[in-house]
Design a binder for this molecule. Structure first.
Ligand code: NAD
Ligand code: LMR
Length: 331
């Protein structure tokens, strides 16, 4: 194999999401069937997680994935992020029943100061960082702020899982396959205030609101189901989503390295440039498209009703509040 391998760091590699994610990356799900990868698997420096990580590495070895060229297992951030092309920051505490994701902010936020610094110091200058550990938007803000010298455009947080959830709910209501649902934006925060924008979504190329005409369901149950899906999974499983989260992350990165189908877009939480009235610098979810050169841009010109604008404003207010809570971590 002559193609240069892509080095991918995954923190929390011995956790639930890590277990579902690593084989997908090693099997080519993220970067394609011809692209070799080297996995940098990072865990906390304690005996139990490092022992579990060794077990995961043994299993990956036993899969004999043709694309997996090498593995690094470490708790040392300098080693873990050395020369990586992608840093996938999954490692963080998940919430339990009855908690909101931003209840984790004080405990998880500090993780991302050291990781942001270590990425800036050790990773390739072009390294792209994706934050999954919750609350992921604000943790991405912390990582970006601490990665001195690295453009904040290289930091994103994952709302692709929410997009997939919203597509599945709309498709089920319309009685079509979920691939028929396009142009689905998640606006704002990966939290219970996120706004899955049914007004601009399409089903089979038609406006979703012309296909699903039950406005009460769209404004009520649909939005609530998407906003509360993470909590519903925690209630049912006793653990937070893992296989769908890993799948969302595979989709998120794949979307960022693949041109977006013409006319469609994806949901990505990225650093606001002030578009749609979202204050500059907040990591908020937007409709995004990637061109043939790999350039990622917020899709402009989407019209928002008063209903949509109010929903987005509520989520953005929450992001501003989260930012004020962790202001001391922003370097
Ligand atoms: P988990 O508890 O199963 O695994 C987390 C792993 O991270 C553990 O192995 C732990 O040792 C490790 N870890 C903790 N701190 C670390 C650090 N500083 N460096 C490296 N590793 C560290 O949790 P999980 O189910 O895999 O979830 C991980 C995070 O992802 C949680 O915060 C969860 O809320 C979040 N999550 C986000 C989304 C999303 O859509 N953005 C979806 C699902 C879960
Ligand atoms: C999810 O959306 O499933 C994750 O963010 C986990 C959670 O806490 O809900």
């Amino acid at each position: 194999m002559t193609t240069t391998p892509i080095r991918v760091a995954v923190t929390g590699a011995a956790g639930q999401i890590g277990y579902a994610l690593l084989p997908r990356i090693a099997a080519g799900g993220m970067f394609g069937p011809d692209q070799p990868v080297i996995l940098h698997m990072i865990e906390i420096p304690a005996e139990k997680p490092m022992e579990a990580l060794r077990g995961v590495a043994m299993e990956l070895e036993d899969c004999a994935f043709p694309l997996l060229q090498d593995m690094v297992c470490t708790s040392d951030l300098d080693e873990g992020f050395a020369d990586v092309d992608w840093a996938l920051l999954v490692g963080a505490k998940p919430r339990g029943p009855g908690m909101e994701r931003n209840d984790l902010i004080k405990e998880n936020g500090p993780i991302f100061t050291g990781q942001g610094k270590a990425i800036a110091k050790n990773a390739k200058g072009s390294c792209r960082t994706v934050v999954v550990g919750n609350p992921c938007n604000t943790n991405a803000l912390i990582a970006a702020a601490n990665a001195e010298g690295m453009p904040n455009t290289q930091f994103t947080a994952m709302t692709r899982l929410d997009e997939n959830r919203a597509k599945a709910q709309l498709a089920a209501k319309a009685g079509v396959h979920h691939t028929q649902v396009t142009n689905m934006t998640i606006w704002g925060n990966h939290s219970a205030t996120q706004y899955p924008d049914f007004e601009n979504a399409k089903i089979g190329g038609k406006r979703a609101t012309d296909v699903v005409t039950d406005r009460g369901w769209l404004e009520g149950e649909f939005i609530k189901t998407v906003q509360q899906r993470g909590a519903a999974i925690i209630k049912a499983r006793g653990l937070s989503s893992a296989l769908s989260a890993a799948n969302g992350l595979v989709d998120h990165v794949h979307d960022l390295v693949t041109p977006t189908p013409p006319g469609d877009w994806r949901s990505v939480a990225l650093c606001s440039d002030g578009s749609y009235g979202v204050p500059e610098g907040l990591i908020s979810s937007f409709p995004v498209s990637v061109d043939a050169k790999g350039e990622c841009k917020i899709v402009t010109g989407i019209s928002l009703t008063d209903f949509g604008q109010e929903k987005i404003a509520a989520s953005v207010a929450e992001l501003e509040h989260e930012r004020s809570v962790i202001a001391d971590l922003l370097g």
